[in-house]
Ligand binder design. Structure first.
Ligand SMILES: [Zn+2]
Length: 395
């Protein structure tokens, strides 16, 4: 264990006095451009203390594990966010074919029997520490679904097919039963738990070469009032291509619209959000993810483009464009990929860029023990010391 890690552990557990914090020199390989490896512990501490804080912003992490940080449980996982000045968590508690709570709609993870209802566990910790919970759904992607469930869907013609006829373990979004499955599973969470929001992810096609299944042909022909002689060739190269692209994109958008509309009827204060690809202009064409249109239509309450980049100037370039696209219609919380960064100094730099460029907060990917013990504790020396946005529903 490096001295920095040991120190970060002390910070994580809140057993230090701020006056005695000493940040030791980091491994040069983990050092960002913003700080030299030769800098002393006191210089590193001075670096973190010199970074301004910003009150009233949204500070969250995604948590890919449905059980909190491995070995920590939800109480300790959520507590570490509170300790370090964060106010929200986006935990991945359901997929297209798997739920980590007793769902009546999706197959339930076998771990739920042993570890209990993870939405309830995470929610309890969030309420205890005053942290917002936005339940993260991985849409369409069946990679974690039980084998039998995937096979059943494949046999029923409900999974995607590529241009070249390859089967994909993704729900075909135009299939009416898939649409209902995706919608109803998200609404089940809204209905059964007092969560602050639901969060779309993988709300798109896997790539530009899908879906060209027989069901998509039939449903497109019906919607467009045309008959395709050669499919998929005709919708790729003929005059139908533009119409097909619009229809294909609508198969994704209609799910966002339906969940947003129905969830707000169930719980008017619920927040609808999405993790989206960074370049809206290209992703609306390639993967059918027209997120700027979702912002403009009012379907989303906030949006989180995944700007994971080890290059600060490319990160800034993405955020700059996104601020223009979102245009303050809803809050913009850029996603920062800690796995691409050299260390906490670079995380600080990217947080400051979100502030300088006019975003309303940020979401860090991904909450692991490393993030909790090495990246987050230095932030509270100043960067996250100003009070964040109040949790939804608080006075
Ligand atoms: Zn299809």
């Amino acid at each position: 264990m490096t001295r920095l890690t040991s120190l970060s552990r002390l910070l994580a557990f809140g057993v230090f006095s701020a006056a005695t914090v000493v940040l030791t020199g980091a491994n040069p390989a983990q050092t960002s451009k913003d700080i030299s490896p030769a800098q002393s512990a006191s210089e590193r501490e001075a670096f973190f203390r010199a970074q301004p804080s910003k009150p009233g912003e949204f500070r969250a992490t995604w948590c890919h594990s449905a059980y909190g940080i491995e070995g920590w449980g939800w109480d300790r996982t959520v507590a570490v966010l509170k300790t370090n000045g964060f106010n929200a968590i986006i935990p991945n508690l359901l997929w297209a074919g798997l739920a980590h709570y007793p769902s009546k709609i999706l197959p339930v993870s076998s771990k739920v029997q042993e570890h209990g209802d993870q939405v309830a566990e995470c929610l309890k910790a969030c309420r205890k520490y005053g942290i917002e919970i936005h339940v993260w759904k991985v849409n369409h992607n069946l990679s974690t679904a039980p084998k039998e469930f995937r096979a059943k869907l494949r046999a029923e013609g409900r999974t995607q097919k590529s241009k070249s006829g390859e089967d994909m373990d993704w729900l075909c979004p135009s299939h009416p039963e898939n649409f209902a499955l995706e919608r109803d599973s998200m609404l089940e969470v809204v209905r059964n738990y007092d969560v602050d929001g639901v969060h779309f992810d993988y709300i798109r096609y896997p790539n530009s070469g899908v879906c060209y299944c027989a069901g998509c042909q039939e449903r497109f022909e019906k919607a467009a009032g045309v008959k395709m002689e050669k499919f998929p060739e005709d919708v790729i190269t003929s005059q139908q291509a533009g119409k097909f692209n619009d229809w294909r994109r609508e198969q994704i958008t209609r799910l966002v619209r339906a969940v947003s509309t129905e969830a707000r009827k169930l719980k008017p204060r619920i927040k609808i959000s999405a993790a989206v690809f960074r370049d809206w202009e290209s992703c609306r064409q390639s993967i059918g993810q027209d997120w700027k249109a979702w912002v403009e239509a009012g379907y989303l309450d906030f949006v989180c483009p995944m700007d994971y980049d080890g290059d600060n100037s490319k990160f800034a370039e993405s955020v700059r464009k996104q601020v223009t696209w979102v245009n303050h219609q809803i809050p913009l919380y850029p996603g920062i990929g800690s796995h691409k960064l050299s260390g906490p100094e670079q995380l600080v730099r990217q947080i400051q860029l979100t502030r300088e460029l006019g975003a309303d907060g940020f979401v860090v990917f991904n909450l692991t023990e490393k993030l909790a013990t090495e990246f987050l504790p230095p932030l509270r020396l100043r960067v996250t010391s100003a009070s964040p946005k109040r949790p939804a529903g608080s006075q």
